[in-house]
Each structure stands twice: as C-alpha cells, then as structure tokens.
Design a protein around this ligand. Structure first.
Ligand code: SF4
Ligand code: SF4
Length: 462
C-alpha cells in the first residue's frame, strides 16, 4: 500500500531537529467563526466587567487563595466550608470527565480563555496589523525596514497592553478590584511587591500570547493530555468524514467525479492554529476550534458538493452511521454527578450564617466549683458569613448547666470576619455520669438559633 505523506509520528509544531515550526494560520471565515466571534465578545464583556460587579457590597466572584476567602455569586465561603469545596471539586472533576466523554474538547474551542484570547483577540489584531498568513510569513522573512519596524512595534505594544489588562483582571478575581485599585493608585514605594507581581504576570501573558501560543494547548495543558483516556467512539468531536471524503483527489472542472468528496485542497490544514491535518483523525493537538469546518464548507460550496465533510461527529457516527447515544458509563457518571450536585445544593441552602469551632483549653482537665459543680474551660472561634456585624450568645442544649463567657456578655463578630471568646461550661456534679459527656452548644443571634457546635465535657472518674 502506498504510504501517505500526511502520516506523522511527531508533534506538528516541532520539526525533526526539535525546532519550533511556527504556525502561520490562515484567517478563518464562515458560520462557525462568526458564532465564535459573537460569543467571544460576550465573553470579553463578562470577563472584564466581572470584577466591578458587586452583590450586597461583595464581588460577584473572588478566589482569594492567599487569605482563604472565596466568594461565589456574592456568597462568602471560608476555610470552614472546606467540605463543600471538597465536594464541589469532586463534582467539577466528574463534570469534566462526563463533558469530555460526551462533547470532546468543545470547551477548548469555545470557552477556554487560552483559545478565546489567542484566536479571537491576539490573532485578530495580528491579522489586522500584519495581514493574513502569507503576508505575516513574508514580513517575518523581510529585512528590518521602516515598515517592518512600524508593524512589529505597534503589534508588540498592543499585545503587552492587552496582556497587562488581562493579567490585572485575573488578579482582580483573586485579590478583589478594590485591593487592585489600591495597588495601582497607591505610592510605588508602598506597593512595590504588588506592582512587581502585576508586571511579572503581564510579562507571562505577553510571552504566552505572543510567542508560546498553541504550545500551551499541545505541550502544557493537562486537560488536552487527558483526551486520550476520556474520549471514546461515541464522543462528539470535530471530525473528517473519511467514509465520504476518501479516496481524496484533486478537483478538476468538467471532470466526472468518481472518488471521495475531499479535493485535497489543504484549506483545512492552512487554517488550523495548531498546524494539524484533521483528515488524520482525532489528534492531541486539535482544540476543536472549528476553523477547518468553515474552511472545508467553503470549498464544498465552491465545488458544488454537500457541506459538512468536516463536522461535529462521533467515530461511531462516521464509521457505522450510528446516531449519538448515552453509553452505560455516561449514565453512571451522570447519576453520580447529580447526587453530588444535590448534596452540594443542600449544603449551600442549609449553610448557617455563623459557624465556628470550640476547643477545650489545652493542658486543663476539669475544675471543681464549690461542692456541687464541675467546670471546663473552652475557647471558641466564630466566622461571620454575613455582610452585617452580629452578636452571638451561647447556650447549652439538652443538658442542665450554664455557660459563663469571660470578659463579655456576648461575642462580637464583625461582618465577613472572625471573632473569638473564652468561656466556662458549668455542669451540676450529680449529672456527670461518665468521664466524658457530650455537649451541644447552641449559637444564638438575638432570640434566633443560628447553629450548634458539638464538644465534650471532662468530669472526674467515677
Ligand atoms: S483540526 Fe480543525 S478543529 Fe482541530 S484545531 Fe485544527 S482547525 Fe481547529
Ligand atoms: S478542506 Fe475539505 S476538501 Fe479540502 S483538503 Fe480539507 S477535507 Fe479535503
């Protein structure tokens, strides 16, 4: 059998000597590109405006890993809500598995910030300044004349400014827009560390979008690497219909066509931002950007053939003409996902506005108070998840006895902050039956019970 030229056993962007093959992707045009462009405009609006939106004075999203403070849709989460986060992470990973099994790398092509910023912002600016793929190639080969210096300067300045904006917006999602503005407006001497971080992040983004580009998807991104184990023959991917396209052959006018529909025009390869030929099947580098669908549809239309020789399809759909269906694996994962999401929803709904932890004072057992009472000394830490200051009082539940807060009648916990206190639990000696008694301490704000904490009370050995 004749060996096909397009077969490869190496990554498309690296040559046999290990040097980078720079990809000059031709500008795509077509239905899918237009749809992705519209979506990207919405994406940019949401991304850049997001940090400025506040609900009840709180940001819409805040992922402050440094302080362990997280805000989602205006609801604040602390490390004490770690359990919810753990479950959310499991649900998120399951969601990725499920989603990828069903829809392949749909996320990469339509929603991944790397693809959206690269293809819909930086690449578009590059086309605008340097022209289409062939013009860019010529410009790079040309000597450094005035025209080249002008174009390259404009491009790199614009790329750095955009990288600066993107990096700072990401930073705003981490430290909050108010802290970011504080760094920007404050004197350099006070915020030197913050400014240095901003410039370093901007430099990294500039390097990624200007030089590293598709290598992020093909070499670094772990999600891309997972595709091999997550995709199956029923997964929906951007695929070439080889049943219809082969045997491929050059299109000749007036010719009575007898082969497949692929006219070997290579337009699908020329527009590919990762430099691959989708006709070789699903490949690691394919980010499902749909540029090859548009390119091929254009050629099919021009040559009077049915569209969608390259389209969203599953391997089973192409090889066996099977309609898309849910496999057993898919159903089991879906059930798991629904269960976990329900558990998370329940935990979110039943989440108390105040939570905390009680610890018995280290090194102390129990103290006798008079002839008829035993006391234990505790320390309590409370977290206020609301936007208002609250006063918390403590009461014993289901056990006769009392609580004496030291130095204050109630614990004052500021909005979105933490408060603490020290207190004695006093129990009648006659009620202590075991060395350890389980206690439930109720938290009250006014007359309203807002939570309960379980702890143990140590008594004398009988
Ligand atoms: S093969 Fe097609 S969908 Fe995949 S990255 Fe290349 S152009 Fe995009
Ligand atoms: S664009 Fe379509 S017709 Fe042209 S080479 Fe690619 S698959 Fe074949």
């Amino acid at each position: 059998m004749e060996e096909t030229e397009s077969f490869r056993d190496s990554i498309a962007t690296v040559d046999k000597q290990g040097k980078r093959n720079w990809i000059y992707a031709q500008k795509p045009s077509g239905k899918y590109y237009n749809a992705r462009s519209i979506l990207s405009y919405l994406y940019f609006i949401v991304f850049f405006v997001g940090p400025f939106i506040k609900i009840n004075g709180r940001p819409l999203f805040l992922l402050n890993v440094v302080e362990g403070k997280f805000i989602l849709f205006g609801a604040i989460f602390w490390p004490q809500d770690f359990f919810i986060f753990g479950l959310a992470m499991v649900a998120f990973i399951l969601f990725i598995v499920l989603f990828t099994m069903a829809f392949g790398r749909l996320f990469c092509g339509w929603a991944c910030p790397q693809t959206v910023f690269m293809e819909m912002l930086f690449r578009k600016i590059e086309y605008w300044i340097e022209g289409n793929a062939a013009a860019q190639k010529l410009l790079n080969k040309a000597p450094w004349n005035t025209e080249k210096i002008r174009k390259k300067t404009i491009k790199h300045v614009l790329f750095y400014v955009l990288s600066f904006l993107i990096a700072n917006t990401f930073l705003a999602y981490i430290i909050g827009i108010d802290s970011l503005m504080h760094i920007i407006k404050g004197p350099v001497s006070v915020h030197a560390g913050g400014l240095a971080t901003m410039l370093i992040f901007s430099g990294i983004f500039y390097g990624v979008f200007t030089f590293f580009r598709e290598q992020v998807c093909t070499v670094i991104c772990p999600y891309g690497r997972l595709q091999g184990v997550l995709l199956d023959r029923d997964s929906l991917v951007v695929a070439y219909d080889y049943e219809r396209g082969e045997p491929r052959g050059h299109f000749k006018k007036q010719e009575e066509h007898s082969g497949g529909d692929c006219i070997d025009c290579l337009q699908c390869v020329k527009v590919c931002p990762t430099g691959i030929d989708i006709r070789n099947g699903t490949q690691l580098e394919c980010v499902n950007c749909t540029a090859c669908i548009d390119a091929c549809n254009f050629m099919m239309e021009k040559t009077g053939r049915p569209l969608h020789l390259i389209r969203y399809a599953s391997e089973n759909g192409i090889a066996n003409k099977q309609p898309l269906h849910f496999s057993t694996r898919y159903k089991v994962y879906s059930l798991l996902l629904i269960t976990i999401l329900s558990a998370i929803s329940w935990m979110l709904i039943s989440r108390q506005p105040v939570s905390g932890a009680v610890m018995r004072t280290a090194g102390m057992l129990y103290q006798e108070r008079g002839m008829d009472s035993i006391t234990n000394l505790y320390r309590i830490k409370l977290v206020n998840k609301t936007t208002g200051n609250i006063l918390v009082s403590l009461k014993l539940e289901d056990t006769p006895g009392s609580i004496n807060l030291l130095g204050q009648p109630v614990i004052h916990v500021k909005a979105e902050d933490q408060g603490e206190g020290t207190f004695f639990v006093v129990l009648p000696r006659k009620n202590i039956k075991d060395r350890k008694t389980i206690l439930h301490i109720a938290l009250y704000t006014g007359n309203k019970k807002t939570g309960s904490i379980k702890t143990t009370f140590l008594g004398p050995v009988k």
